[in-house]
Design a protein. Structure first.
Ligand SMILES: *[C@@H]1O[C@H](CO)[C@@H](O)[C@H](O)[C@H]1NC(C)=O
Ligand SMILES: *[C@@H]1O[C@H](CO)[C@@H](O)[C@H](O)[C@H]1NC(C)=O
Ligand SMILES: *[C@@H]1O[C@H](CO)[C@@H](O)[C@H](O)[C@H]1NC(C)=O
Ligand SMILES: *[C@@H]1O[C@H](CO)[C@@H](O)[C@H](O)[C@H]1NC(C)=O
Length: 353
């Protein structure tokens, strides 16, 4: 992206942050009945025979690639990327994240990110190299930068050990519903995963499918502040256009999820003992529109009415974590961030899947 655009976007973000002071939340997060992560420890497992026999204690590093959702943009309502609480690789003390859950089974785990970053950075934090506004075509650049960081002395001890990589990409692609096609997505995702396969041996890849972004529109409609913020931030052009375009965006989203399944299956079929790609559909059918407006607004950032809130990210964490111990045909795809299930406690016989 041109530097001028980046500066403009950042200025817009700050302007909206100032406006958002008036957008108070009426909600408790975590929601009532939420259970903190509390599981018995397990003995450190021996080296697994292959990628299909990984236990939580085998994971030496967590890594992430993606867009602003994985960068944690606006999650805690300020104009920052809250990487420390991102569902996959967040490493803030006490944060409800997969990286922190895994540290329970391997206290030496690396790659978790703490704290915040300035929006649109490409420098990553920890081993989270997501970049806000990224499309699937931007993932190869992220892989290159992640690889360079993993090659640094800081990660020398984990580079050749087992790694969990979570990829969540496609939301910005479907926002370009007039130019993007599912076929282009297939080509670009295949390229990206081929590069991941070549670059990161001993890696289990979680690939996320995406939810209907158009549901976000209904939230905006009911809030004066959001009506102003969404067009200023201009985060998703098809969302702002009209109902025809929003429908196109949802249709493209569903086609992209189908493509993601097909591409992941091709990599799994390689039967590489050191590499696999598994679809994690935890958030695919989250139906934001089924909540009353006074509630759903709290599932989204108060800053931009668009990105997941901290509470929603916590729901993502438990949804994906539980799916990681569930066979493909039984994985859940409709996590309810307001009534998240208890985090599953893996037993000595469970493998990551
Ligand atoms: C990281 O090191 C590997 C060799 O272990 C090399 O193939 C790869 O190109 C390096 N990555 C970067 C970005 O330099
Ligand atoms: C929706 O917006 C697009 C431009 O983005 C326009 O071409 C189209 O005619 C509009 N459709 C309707 C039904 O207004
Ligand atoms: C997503 O959108 C499509 C098309 O509009 C619709 O058929 C589907 O039911 C939606 N899913 C959810 C979970 O809202
Ligand atoms: C806040 O929540 C309470 C209880 O759920 C509800 O009665 C009230 O209308 C809400 N206020 C706003 C401003 O949404």
């Amino acid at each position: 992206m041109a530097r001028r655009t980046a500066v403009f976007v950042f200025a817009a973000i700050v302007a909206v942050a100032v406006l958002s002071g008036s957008a108070a939340a009426n909600f408790t997060c975590p929601p009532p009945g939420f259970s903190p992560f509390s599981c018995p420890s397990l003995e450190r497992p021996p080296e697994p025979q292959d990628v299909l026999h990984l236990k939580p204690g085998n994971i030496a590093a967590v890594m992430a690639l993606g867009d602003s959702i994985t960068a944690g943009f606006a999650m805690q309502d300020g104009p920052l990327e809250y990487r420390g609480t991102v569902y996959s690789t967040g490493g803030d003390d006490g944060a409800f994240t997969i990286g922190n859950f895994l540290s329970h089974y391997n206290p030496d785990i690396k790659g978790r990110a703490k704290g915040e970053t300035i929006p649109l950075t490409k420098a990553g934090k920890g081993l989270n190299f997501a970049v806000s506004e990224a499309r699937v075509r931007d993932v190869p650049g992220q892989i290159q930068r992640l690889s360079a960081k993993l090659n640094s002395s800081e990660y020398a001890d984990v580079k050749d050990k087992w790694k969990l990589l979570t990829i969540f990409i496609g939301a910005n692609d479907i926002c370009e519903c007039k130019s993007m096609t599912a076929d282009q997505f297939r080509t670009q995702l295949t390229e990206a995963l081929t590069m991941v396969h070549q670059t990161f041996p001993k890696t289990f890849v979680n690939i996320m499918t995406i939810f209907n972004i158009s549901n976000v529109w209904d939230v905006k409609k009911d809030r004066l502040y959001c009506q102003a913020a969404v067009p200023i931030l201009h985060e998703c052009s098809c969302l702002e256009a009209n109902a025809t375009n929003r429908q196109r965006m949802d249709d493209l989203g569903m086609a992209v999820n189908q493509v993601t399944r097909e591409v992941a299956a091709k990599f799994a079929a390689l039967k590489d003992p050191h590499f696999t790609v598994v679809v994690q559909p935890a958030v695919e059918d989250v139906a934001l529109d089924k909540y009353p407006p006074s509630i759903v607004q709290d599932l989204l950032s108060d800053l931009d009415c668009f990105h997941p809130s901290l509470c929603t990210d916590q729901g993502f964490a438990v949804g994906v974590w539980n799916n990681m111990f569930t066979p493909p045909s039984q994985k859940k795809n409709n996590i309810d961030p307001l009534k998240p299930p208890k985090a599953y406690c893996p037993t000595a016989n469970d493998y990551i899947q």
